[in-house]
Design a protein around this ligand. Structure first.
Ligand code: EPZ
Length: 428
C-alpha cells in the first residue's frame, strides 16, 4: 500500500489546472446507457472511481475504449444485462447511477443496495420513492434492489424530502422516455446536475430547469442518440487547491473550472481575510494578514458544499479565533477532525457541530485518511505542519484526485508518495 509523506514549512505557490469533475463524469458515463452507440467523453479525470464505473458498464455489456488519459469512447449498443454486482457498488456508491438509465431503456435494473461508508448511511430511499412515483416497482431481496416497470414509466410530480444529488440524477435519467412530463421539485442544483442535463439534451432528451429547484423532463419516444461531451471542470478539486492558498497565504492560481461554481466558498475565503481574484475559468487565492475565524454551514448547492468542509476546517484550524463548522448533509463527516487533532489542532465535536479553536501551529504526525476529502485535507495540513506528516490509506485520495502529489510538487511542496509493506498499513 502507498503512503504520502510531507515535510511541512516549505512555500507552496504557483498555478495548477484541475481535471473534469468526478461527480459529473461518473453520471455522464452511466447516462450513455440511454444512447445506444458510441459516445465520446472528454476532460474525464483519470481517477479510480472512473475506472470502477468503467467496470460497471462493461459488466452490463458495454465497451469502454480509453482514447487517452482524459477521454474515452463508450459503446452501449450491446448492453444486455441489468445487474450491478455488490462488489462494485460497495466500492463505489455512484454505481447506483445506472439504476435510472437501465430502467428507462430496458424497464429492468438489479442494483446492489449500497452499504454505508465512512461519512454516513448513504441510503437511497429517496431514489426508490421517486422512481415508484413514476411507476417503477421494487423488490429488495438478499441485499439487491430489483426494479421493473411492467407498465412503462409514467411522468409524475416528485417532491424530494431533501435536495439529493443522486436522487435528482436518477429521476432525470429514468424519466427521459416517460409517458408525459415529470417534474422534480426540491431538485438538487449542483453544477454537475446541469452538466448531466446538458448531456441528456444533447442526446435528444427534453430536460428543462436544471440548476433550479424545479426540473421538468418531457418524455421522448425511442432511444437517445450518442454524442461527444466535455465534462465540466471539478469545482471541488479546484477548491481544494485554492484552500491551500488560503492556508499558507502564498498565491495559488487554479485553472480549468468556473469560479461561480464555488461562489460561497470563495466568499468565505474572503471573509477569512483572503484576496480572491476571479477570472474566466481561473481563480487565484492568497492571504497576507491572519486567518480570520468564520462559521460554516454545509448545505445543498448553492449553499456551502459538504465536499469542501474538511479543506475549510483545515484552514480554520489555524485561524486567530474560534469558528463553528456545522455539517448538515452527512451524519458522520467529522472523522478528519480527530486526525487533525493528532497534529495539534483544537477541534471539539458536538453532534453536527465542530468547534474549531484556532492554533498557531500544527505538528507533523502519522495520520490516516478517513475518506476522500479528509485525506486530501490531511495532506494540506502536512504542508504547514512542523516536521514530517505521513498520510496512510491514500487509496481514498486516489478516488477523486488525479496526480494530487505531482500537482503539489509543481507548487513547491516537499512531498512524496511511496509504498510500505501491507502490515504497516492500517486497515479501515
Ligand atoms: C453526491 O453524493 C456526491 N457524490 C458527494 O460527493 C456529495 O457530497 C453529495 O452528492 C452532496 O453534494 C457523487 O456525486 C458521486 P446526496 P450523493 O444524495 O448523491 C442522504 C465526494 O466527496 N440521502 O445529495 O450520495 C445521504 O445519505 C462525495 O466527492 C438519503 O437519506 O449525495 C446524505 O446524507 C462524497 N436518501 C444526503 O442525503 C437518499 O435516497 C445527501 O445525499 C439519498 C440521499
Amino acid at each position: 500500500m502507498d503512503v504520502i509523506r510531507i515535510e511541512g514549512g516549505h512555500p507552496v505557490t504557483g498555478e495548477v489546472s484541475v481535471e473534469g469533475a468526478k461527480n459529473s463524469a461518473l453520471k455522464l458515463m452511466a447516462a450513455t446507457i440511454l444512447a445506444p452507440g458510441v459516445s465520446t467523453l472528454t476532460n474525464v479525470p483519470n481517477i479510480s472511481d472512473v475506472h470502477v464505473m468503467g467496470k460497471v458498464l462493461k459488466r452490463l455489456g458495454a465497451s469502454v475504449e480509453v482514447l487517452g488519459p482524459h477521454s474515452m469512447n463508450i459503446d452501449t449498443s450491446d448492453v444486455d444485462k441489468w445487474e450491478t454486482p455488490y462488489e462494485l457498488v460497495a466500492k463505489m456508491r455512484a454505481s447506483t447511477a445506472v439504476l435510472g438509465p437501465l430502467v428507462a431503456r430496458f424497464g429492468h435494473a438489479v442494483v446492489a443496495m449500497p452499504g454505508g461508508c465512512q461519512i454516513g448511511a448513504r441510503k437511497i430511499d429517496m431514489h426508490i420513492l421517486g422512481l415508484e412515483a413514476l411507476g417503477v416497482k421494487f423488490d429488495i431481496d438478499h441485499g439487491y434492489i430489483h426494479a421493473s416497470a411492467p407498465d412503462g414509466i409514467k411522468g409524475a410530480m416528485v417532491t424530494l424530502d431533501f435536495a439529493s444529488v443522486g436522487a435528482t440524477e436518477n429521476l432525470m435519467m429514468a424519466s427521459v422516455h416517460a409517458e408525459g412530463v415529470t417534474t422534480i421539485d426540491n431538485a438538487a442544483r449542483e453544477p454537475e446536475i446541469v452538466d448531466l442535463a446538458n448531456l441528456l439534451n444533447e442526446m435528444g432528451a427534453k430536460v428543462s430547469g436544471a440548476g433550479t429547484p424545479v426540473i421538468e423532463v418531457e418524455g421522448v419516444p425511442g432511444d437517445l442518440h450518442p454524442v461527444a461531451h466535455e465534462v465540466v471542470g471539478d469545482r471541488i478539486e479546484a477548491g481544494t487547491f485554492l484552500a491551500i492558498g488560503a492556508l499558507t497565504g502564498a498565491p495559488v492560481r487554479v485553472n480549468g473550472f468556473e469560479p461561480r461554481h464555488l461562489g460561497l466558498v470563495l466568499k468565505k475565503f474572503e471573509q477569512m481575510g483572503c484576496t480572491v481574484e476571479r477570472g474566466v475559468r481561473t481563480c487565484q487565492v492568497s492571504r497576507s494578514g491572519p486567518i480570520r475565524p468564520v462559521d460554516i454551514q454545509t448545505l445543498p448547492f448553492p449553499g456551502f458544499p459538504t465536499d469542501m468542509q474538511a479543506q475549510t476546517m483545515c484552514v480554520l484550524a489555524m485561524a486567530a479565533g474560534e469558528s463553528i463548522v456545522t455539517e448538515n448533509v452527512f451524519e458522520n463527516r467529522f472523522m478528519f477532525a480527530s486526525e487533525l487533532d493528532r497534529m495539534g489542532a483544537d477541534i471539539t465535536i458536538e453532534g453536527h457541530h465542530a468547534l474549531v479553536h484556532g492554533v498557531s501551529s500544527l505538528s507533523g504526525a502519522p495520520v490516516k485518511a478517513p475518506d476522500l476529502r479528509g485525506g486530501a485535507s490531511l495532506v494540506m495540513a502536512g504542508l504547514v505542519a512542523e516536521g514530517f506528516t505521513t498520510v496512510s490509506n491514500v487509496y481514498h485520495i486516489d478516488r477523486g484526485y488525479e496526480g494530487y502529489v505531482d500537482k503539489l510538487v509543481s507548487l513547491g511542496a516537499h512531498i512524496e508518495r511511496h509504498s510500505v509493506p501491507d502490515d504497516e498499513e492500517d486497515q479501515d
